[in-house]
Design a protein around this ligand. Sequence first.
Ligand code: ATP
Length: 489
Amino acid sequence: MSPALSLRRVDRRFGTVQALLGVDLDFEPGQVHAVLGENGAGKSTAIRILAGLDQPDSGSVELAGSPVRLRTRDSAVRRGIGLIPQTGSLLGELTLIENLALTQPRQLIRRRHVGETLEAAAASSGLTIDVDTPVRRLGRAQQQLGELAIMVAQGARILLLDEPTSVLDADEIHGLHRQLRVFADTGITVVLITHRLHEVRAVADAATVLSHGTVAWTGRVADVDDVTLARSMVGDLPESAPPPRQPIIDDADPALVLDRVWAATDDLAPVRDVTVRVRPGEVVAVVGTAGSGQRTLAEVAAGVVTPERGARRVTGRASYIPERRSDALLSGLPVKWSAVLPRLKDGRFTRFGMVREDAVDEFARDLLGRFDVRPPNPDLPAGALSGGNAQKLVMGRELDTAPAVAVVHAPTQGLDLLAAQRIRDLILTTAAAGAAVLLISADHEEARALADRVLVLRDGRIVGEHTAADYDHAVHRLVDVPLHEDGPA
Ligand SMILES: Nc1ncnc2c1ncn2[C@@H]1O[C@H](COP(=O)(O)OP(=O)(O)OP(=O)(O)O)[C@@H](O)[C@H]1O
C-alpha cells in the first residue's frame, strides 16, 4: 500500500537559510508519526508544505502515491489534509459550529446541518465537545479537540498537529494522546510535531528526526531507544550546570507581592483573591491547567493588567516573558530591534537624540550568539524566527538585564531538549543572582525541577501550596477539587 502522504526530495530555502534539503518522508495510513528535531530544524516548514501553506522550491508532495500541488490551505483541506497550528486557528468569538460554518459559506444558512455534521464527526471519533459555546471560553484542550472535530467534519483523513501538547497539562496531554490513537485506529494518518521524547514513546508508531533541514533518523519507534533519538536530535546533551543558590532568608522582604488580587479581562479567565509573595533569590511556581487564570495572573504580576481589587507591589525592575512570544517581539522589524527593546533608552544606543544603529547591531549580534538564537542574523525579520528561537531571544533579552523580579510564563514551551535545559539553567542563574522569579507553567515536572515553592491555581484561586520537598504528582488531584463560585467580598 502507498503511504498516505509523502515528501519527495523537497528543498526549501529562505534567503541564506536552507530550511529543508532533499527531504524524503512517508506517513503511513492509520499511524501516528512523530516529527522531532531541534529548534529551527525545519519541522514547521515541512508541515506547512504538507498543509498547503508553503510551497517547496523543488521536489513534491505525494498523496497516496500521486504528486499533488497544494497551493493553499483550502486545497489541502479539499484533499483531506487538516492542520492544527501551534496557536490554534479558530475565531474566539464564534462557537465551533459557527467556525465550521465559516469554512463552508454555501452552507451558512443551513446552520442546523452544519451542527449535525460537526456532532456526527465528533461522535464518530469518540470526541466530547461543546459546539455552542464561544471558543474563547473553552479551555485550550477543548479548543484543540474542537479544531480536530472540525477537520474531521471537513473530511480530513490526514491530521497535522504542530506541537499540540506544549500548552496542555499532564491530564490533557493524556486525553489528546488517547484521541490521536482513536483517530489512527479508524485509518486516519496523524503527524505530530513534538519536542518530548516520552510523548513519542506514549503515542507514536513511527518517528522522524529532522536536523538542519535533513532527515537524521526515521523508522519505527519500537526499533529505537530514547538515547539514540535524543542524540540524532541535538547530539550529546551536556550535563546541566545550574549555579549554586544561596539559602533564601525566611524573613526577607518579598520583591514581588500580589496581595488579595482580583482581576479579569475580556479575553482571559479571571483570578480571584490571589496572594503570592516571592522573595529575592526565590523561584515560586504557579501550576494549573490552561484556563485557570494563569495568563491573567502573569499579566497582573508583570504590571500589564491592573487588578480590580487588591494590590501589586514590586521592589526594583520587573522583566516579563509572556506566554505568547509574539507579544514580546516586533515581528515585522529586523531581529535586532526586538533584541534591544528593553534597553533602547540606555545611553549607549543613542547619540544626539538619534539611535546608534551600529551599537544596536553589535549588541544584538552578541545577544543572539550568547543565547544561541539561530540564525544569528540581526537583520532577519523577527517574525521569521522559528518558535523555539523566538523563545530563546525573548528569554535571553529579558533575563540578561539582571531584573529584580522576573515573571516567566511557560518558559520552555516549544524548546528542544538542549535549549530547554539552557533556559532552565538561566532561570536558576537569574534567581541565584538575587531575582525573585515567578514561574507560571502547566508543566509539573518543570515546576518541581525549578521551584522552591509550588502554588496550585484552579478556577482563578490558589488551592494548594507545597514546598519543593513535598511536591509530587499527588498535587495534580488538587486541580480537580470542586470550588464554590463567589465574587469579590
Ligand atoms: N518565512 C521565513 N523567512 C525566513 N526564514 C524562515 C522562514 N520560515 C522559516 N525560516 C527559517 O527556516 C528554518 C526552519 O524553521 P522551522 O520553523 O521550520 O523550524 P522548526 O524545526 O519548526 O523549529 P521550532 O522547533 O523552533 O519551531 C529556521 O532557521 C527559520 O528561521
